[in-house]
Design a protein around this ligand. Structure first.
Ligand code: A2G
Length: 396
């Protein structure tokens, strides 16, 4: 969507994977979906350095609404859990220098059974503008997938005509795929800033692996649709929760950056362990994700549990890109695997060479050439991530 927003993949925090539809503020006041939870995460994003590496959106997901609209058809936030209302929360987030995202559903109900948008499209678009919303996720439960080409594009136009620019996150393709419909990705990129292609992420390595496989196996259809202003969304980062080891968390972050994915953390930032925070704040890998060329990377090798993923990034020298390369070990035999390849085999063929560095370990390999063999040791379910920055010929 060419609305001037999301020129690079959006970064921020989203409640769903970690906090779900916990509405029990009586027994679990610190973890329920409430204005307090979002204020707390806002404070931590600012205070603990997340904002300064690029995380900017604080996004509500499902379960923020009252079960019914007001008598005049307006959306109403749950009065007990959001006692000051959505505008106050939006103001709070903005006053801390961050941006505010909200969730609704294209159908009759949200996935968790709260009011949906059907029949109120224009009213809700105006309401979001009025609340100074910066980002809207429109889910697709309780809707007809055949109607989505029309419905998602119409709501996008309504958002746009409010005059307030809002990032538009669509769940349009995934529900169509579930219904056996081939999504019209050219329409989707025209109308949305990002969209979900596949299953919801869960708190497990199996779920992350499933998503990685989906994006690899379907890359010829999916990858070309990404670019500045329009991104594929493999779903939230679950780094720092219960399901991923340290190695697996590094792998999720590396692959998401190769995929030019939105970086939406869904984790309790109050209790995250330092090693996971460190991953989420890795500036070099964030820079890969946020590369301004916006070319989504691909899986270029897969054999016996070893995968190599590659993404062209800047700077460019003539037609030669720089590259981010992720070596992933999906084997579970308990010992690190050695992978050894020449730069040429990875497609790095510029004669002037590439400055190669390791983005997690801060090792600088110096300038290497197409015939140089590099050897990496990759831990089980882990990753080694390199960047090769194209070199200019030296004038003699
Ligand atoms: O509803 C759906 O399952 C969403 N999935 C998920 O992300 C979350 O928002 C949930 C809330 O009930 C998609 O948007 C594909």
């Amino acid at each position: 969507l060419d609305n001037g927003l999301a020129k690079t993949p959006p970064m921020g925090w989203l409640s769903w994977e970690r906090f779900r539809c916990n509405t029990d503020c009586v027994n679990d006041p610190d973890n329920c979906i409430s204005e307090q939870l979002f204020q707390t995460m806002t404070d931590i994003v600012v205070a603990d350095g997340y904002a300064s590496v690029g995380y900017e959106y604080i996004n509500i997901d499902d379960c923020w609404l009252e079960k019914h609209r007001s008598h005049d058809g307006k959306l109403v936030a749950d009065r007990k859990r959001f006692p000051n209302g959505i505008k106050a929360l939006s103001d709070y987030i903005h006053s801390r220098g961050l941006k505010f995202g909200i969730y609704e559903d294209y159908g009759n109900y949200t996935c968790a059974g709260y009011p949906g948008i059907i029949g109120y499209e224009e009213k809700d678009a105006l309401q979001f503008a009025d609340w100074n919303v910066d980002y809207v996720k429109l889910d697709g439960c309780y809707a007809l997938p055949y109607d989505m080409d029309h419905g998602y594009s119409t709501f996008g136009r309504l958002l746009n005509s409010t005059g307030k620019s809002m990032v538009y996150s669509c769940s349009w393709p995934v529900y169509q795929i579930y219904a056996g419909i081939q999504p019209n990705y050219s329409a989707i990129q025209t109308h949305c800033n990002l969209w979900r292609n596949y299953d919801d992420i869960q708190d497990s390595w199996a779920s992350v692996e499933n998503i990685i496989d989906y994006y690899g196996n379907n890359q010829d259809v999916i990858a070309p649709n990404a670019g500045p202003g329009h991104w594929n969304d493999p779903d939230m980062l679950i780094i720092g929760n219960f399901g991923l080891s340290y190695e697996q968390a590094k792998t999720q972050f590396a692959i998401w950056s190769i995929l030019a994915a939105p970086l939406l953390m869904s984790v309790d930032l109050r209790t995250i362990r330092p090693q996971f925070k460190h991953i989420l704040q890795n500036r070099k890998i964030i820079a890969v994700d946020q590369d301004p060329l916006g070319i989504q990377g691909r899986r270029i090798y897969k054999h016996k549990g070893i995968e190599i993923w590659s993404r062209p990034i800047g700077p460019l020298y003539q037609n030669f890109y720089s590259y981010a390369i992720a070596f992933v070990n999906r084997r579970t035999d308990g010992t690190p695997s050695d992978i050894s390849v020449t730069l040429k085999e990875l497609g790095l063929i510029n004669f002037s060479g590439y400055r190669v560095e390791d983005l997690y370990e801060n090792v600088d390999y110096g300038v290497l050439y197409p015939n140089t063999k590099i050897k990496v040791k990759v831990n089980p379910s882990g990753v080694v991530m390199l960047k090769g920055e194209v070199q200019y010929p030296v004038d003699l």
